[in-house]
Design a protein around this ligand. Structure first.
Ligand code: G6P
Length: 610
């Protein structure tokens, strides 16, 4: 949520800042800006709209070797030129970009207004730069020392990069709740909110932790605490390559991320299928077999698609391991003062590893003594670093705002966990072997669903003008329906609701008509005939029915207007397979409606504020 970039080194700074912003654009895209050092001056450009608007306003050459940039997802103040970051102090000697929220902004602003400071924006960030300016001037302090004093007056969250005209080539960074990563190059240094903006220049990075500040210049970096104590931080080398952040010749990242899924699932499963003992091998779990056996309950937490993946995961684990398991929205959980139990395993799920609500839930559980296992995609992210045990998804960077490949990899990790827990309790080696074979077949089954793209695109085109759509699924198919509806609303803006099949008749049926296409997910389980009954109910109200099923039941073909037939699969993986069809449906609906597929309105990929 909002993206920060900073550069200092021998190269021209502005093109690097713009390139970084473009790669961070998925974090927020309502306005953008840069400030660069130009001799002893700061030069700034800001514009509402996407990075391309900002870029069109820049002079062809800007002589500068260092600067900062920002792409915004509005919290305080509308997306206008003046609210765009960077924000500068009154005499234009300091410039600052900020992610996060200053909670005591109103009180601080009042005091500054009383002192005659004129504000140019409605943002909370501008308060920071005026406070910083005053601290520098009143005490003749260096930027880093003044930053410490300024931040000690702040209540809230921040990721910050700041520069001063008096020290060209030096950037000051700070973090509390919003990620800041330092990128170590050859004779150059970068800073960014996430790896996507750095991968072109370096893979060697240092993650700042909450409460840390840093000074970077072309020769290196120094990290210190709020009490000015120097910290020795080791760098890590990440394996993501630049291509991971490219569209691979496709029009949209989302499409690339959908069709990459056979490969990304393969990566998630790689090295984790223990065929000798017919179980899963998950190295980062940090739980030995005895501890595994002691778990009496599992609680899964996440937001958005990660929550729906958690709901699907709870069905997998409960049915195979017979451990009571449920999933809950991370923020709801942490705000209801949850009871933390010693024998409960808490699992947090997050693609970015930075979602504020999920991170806050993690900390709340740990504070009360609970053990937290993380299922995370982004290597080295805050959640990945803070959890007690972890499983990386290895899906590679996901750029499009709507989650697809990360969601599928989350489900794949849950399938692995379900087998692992199941094998430590209820299920036989024979069943374990059969399930491992099922997992191995996921990539080819995903390929088979992708081969149905033409049929799915035609269905999307036919129904994309509808005002409302329903997604229906029973038990384990309900989370699939939730995620299907989520994908459709996120990127096509069609109102879509998901219901458990049994709930349809308790209200929603009043809205079902010939104008509301109903997407019904019918896995071939022992509940199939009950779900066929749901088709009858819907058809009796003349609604178009699109069945997504791996069953050959004839009645489905008679009742449904369209049948998307997915490969036969064990219930453990059926959600993964049918989910791909719903991703393609959402994608083609959005394309048919000419939506901004990768950057849907009002959304951001990584929500690092409350
Ligand atoms: C945002 C995104 C969703 C995502 C959710 C959780 O709301 O728009 O697509 O599912 O955050 O993100 P996470 O990185 O924690 O999986």
């Amino acid at each position: 949520m909002c993206g920060i970039i900073g550069y200092t080194g021998p190269q021209a700074a502005a093109p690097i800042l713009i390139d970084g912003l473009r790669r961070l654009e998925y974090r927020g895209y309502d306005s953008a800006g840069i400030t660069v050092h130009s001799r002893k001056k700061l030069l700034s450009w800001k514009a509402a709209g996407k990075i391309a608007v900002l870029e069109s306003q820049l002079p062809e050459t800007i002589k500068s070797n260092s600067g900062i940039g920002h792409t915004r997802w509005a919290t305080h103040g509308a997306p206008t030129d003046s609210n765009a970051h960077p924000h500068l102090n009154s005499n234009q000697t300091l410039s600052l970009v900020h992610n996060g929220i200053i909670e005591n902004a109103d009180t601080l602003k009042e005091a500054l207004l009383d002192d005659g400071i004129e504000f140019k924006s409605e943002t909370d960030t501008e308060i920071l730069v005026h406070l910083l300016s005053r601290t520098v001037n009143d005490n003749q302090l260096s930027l880093i020392d003044a930053m410490r004093i300024t931040l000690s007056k702040i209540v809230g969250t921040y990721g910050i990069a700041a520069i001063s005209n008096s020290d060209p080539g030096t950037l000051v960074l700070a973090r509390n709740g919003s990620p800041v990563i330092i990128g170590i190059g050859q004779g150059e240094m970068l800073a960014a909110s996430d790896m996507s903006a750095l991968s072109r220049y370096t893979r060697e990075v240092v993650h700042l932790d909450d409460g840390e500040l840093a000074v970077i210049n072309p020769n290196g970096f120094e990290v210190s605490t709020m009490d000015a104590i120097a910290k020795d931080k080791a760098s890590i080398t990440l394996s993501n390559s630049t291509e991971d952040y490219d569209k691979g010749g496709h029009k949209h990242y989302l499409y690339k991320e959908i069709i990459d899924q056979p490969e990304t699932v393969r990566r998630t499963l790689s090295g984790r299928l223990n065929t000798r003992f017919s179980t899963a091998h998950l190295g980062g779990l940090n739980l030995d077999p005895r501890e595994l056996l002691k778990i009496t309950r599992i609680k899964i937490l996440g937001c958005g698609s990660a929550l729906y993946a958690g709901m699907a995961g709870s069905h997998m684990i409960e049915s195979l391991a017979r451990i009571p398991t449920d999933a809950e929205a991370a923020a709801e959980f942490r705000y209801r003062n949850p009871v933390i139990e010693a024998d409960t395993l808490y699992i947090v799920v997050s693609q970015s590893g930075e979602t504020f609500d999920t991170l806050a839930a993690t900390r709340e559980i740990q504070r009360k003594g609970g053990f937290v296992l993380g299922i995370v995609n982004s290597v080295g992210s805050t959640i990945a670093r803070e959890v007690d045990g972890g499983i990386y998804m290895h899906a590679g960077p996901e750029v499009s705002v709507a989650s697809t490949k990360a969601y599928t990899s989350m489900l794949s990790v849950f399938a692995l966990l379900a087998i692992l827990f199941g094998r430590s309790r209820d299920i036989s080696p024979q069943k374990g072997t059969q399930l491992l074979q099922e997992l191995q077949s996921i990539p080819e089954k995903i390929t088979a669903v992708i081969a149905l793209e033409k049929q799915i695109a035609a269905i999307a085109k036919k129904y994309c003008k509808c005002h409302s759509a329903f997604f229906i699924g029973r038990t384990s198919a309900y989370p699939v329906a939730l995620e299907g509806a989520q994908k459709l609303k996120e990127i096509s803006y069609i109102h879509a609701e998901a219901y458990p099949a049994s709930e349809l008749k308790h209200g929603p049926l009043a809205l079902v008509s010939k104008d509301t296409p109903c997407f019904v997910i019918l896995p071939d389980t022992d509940l199939l005939l009950k779900s066929v009954g749901t088709l009858e109910e819907i058809k009796a109200r003349s609604a178009p029915v699109i069945a997504v099923t791996d069953s050959n039941n004839k009645r489905i073909d008679e009742l449904a207007d369209h049948v998307i037939r997915t490969p036969t699969s064990d219930p453990l993986v059926q959600g993964i397979i049918s989910g791909i069809a719903l991703q393609l449906l959402a994608y083609h609906s959005a394309v048919a409606l000419k939506r901004d597929v990768d950057q849907p309105r009002n959304l951001a990929k990584s929500v690092t504020v409350e």
